[in-house]
Design a protein around this ligand. Structure first.
Ligand code: HEM
Length: 146
């Protein structure tokens, strides 16, 4: 279902200011999602090839900032559109996948004992990320297949 249909259905985000705020928050949410993925892949790469780089200050701080803003904008969109998880299975699927993504990400960057463990977790995390984007775009728990 397109965002336009949702906007009309929700009756909340309609015209003018609401609409441009929705557009802005949604695009910032998407931009943060892209940046979050880039920063994750970079750190996952370093965790296998050059772990000492993970100790740099910006590498430890920036991804957390970006992820916090990403999640905050996600929650903001949810409130603005009045999309409640119990009414939207895709949102529940997205949030569950997000928890899995965070877990895999932590194995990929911190907890994985061997480079192979870390690389495998990173690969799975990217797949889960792709699934999350699919749920958001298709509004379906089957993600790209929905
Ligand atoms: C890794 C985390 C996340 C990623 C990669 C992600 C990705 C996306 C993308 C790409 C869109 C745009 C979809 C479109 O084209 O219509 C989107 C929209 C949205 N996201 Fe997220 N998101 C994430 C986390 C969250 C979280 C935590 C929430 C809520 C708590 C959330 C709620 C929403 C909502 C409500 C929309 C608006 C859907 C619409 O306009 O129809 N997102 N997300």
């Amino acid at each position: 279902m397109t965002a336009d249909v949702h906007r009309r259905q929700s009756g909340r985000v309609t015209m003018g200011r609401d609409m441009s705020l929705y557009w802005l928050i949604k695009h910032l949410h998407m931009a943060m999602a892209g940046l979050s993925l880039v920063l994750f892949v970079l750190r996952a790469w370093w965790s296998v090839t050059a772990p000492q780089r993970l100790q740099r200050r910006w590498v430890r701080v920036l991804p957390h900032l970006v992820d916090t803003v990403l999640l905050a904008f996600g929650v903001w969109l949810m409130l603005m559109l009045r999309f409640w998880p119990h009414q939207h299975p895709w949102l529940v699927a997205k949030l569950i996948a997000l928890v899995i993504y965070i877990g895999l990400g932590s194995v990929a960057i911190k907890r994985g004992r061997t480079p192979l463990q870390r690389a495998s977790a990173a690969l799975l995390a990217v797949l889960v990320f792709v699934y999350i984007v699919g749920t958001a775009i298709r509004h379906h728990p089957l993600s790209w297949l929905g």
